[in-house]
Ligand binder design. Sequence first.
Ligand SMILES: [Zn+2]
Length: 216
Amino acid sequence: MKGILNYLNEVEQICQKIYANQLVKQGEGNVSIRIPNQNALIITPSENDYENLAEENMVHMDFDGLVLQGKLKPSSEHIMHRYIYRKRPKINCIIHTHSTNASILSVLHNDLPVIFEEMAMLLGGSVKCSKFAQAGTEDLPKAALNAMKKQNAVILANHGLLVVGRTSEYCVKTAVIIEKMAKIFLNAKKIGDVKVISIENQKKFIEIFNDKYSTY
Ligand SMILES: [Zn+2]
């Protein structure tokens, strides 16, 4: 079994990757992973310092919000992370970013349609935009899960992106792909009519999603 240090290290590594991919700026966003069989998670601290990451800065807390270990304050979005882990037991990792292009869609309250087959495979379909809900409240994860339904990602209205998954590798990869697809979609829209992939042509990829990546 993995020890707590492994989980602290895993969160640190996710942070490194999302910062290197410019999905978050200094102090933005938050990341967590579930600790199996513990009703607990490791989450990034409030105002996460991506330039000086340290395992001891991560916060170990239980699903009721009690801090078990950590000297810093947990991200203010710990309410959202705890809520989602309780409601969706197959989710083991959550990444929340304010990545630029996904955030542009979020202020437009625009879904991200399936424009590459890869999206249907990784995401099970288009990425929906949620209804607006205030950050730091339980309304936010409720709105997020409502819009996300059986999928693994959602655009949070006027806020950014939320990706969930079975593994941190999947979540990082998916957050990177969504940002790239959002950029392609928004740029294509400026030039002309964006052609999306039909539901019929997504089917075979959605089956792969259901089999490999679904957390529902
Ligand atoms: Zn945020």
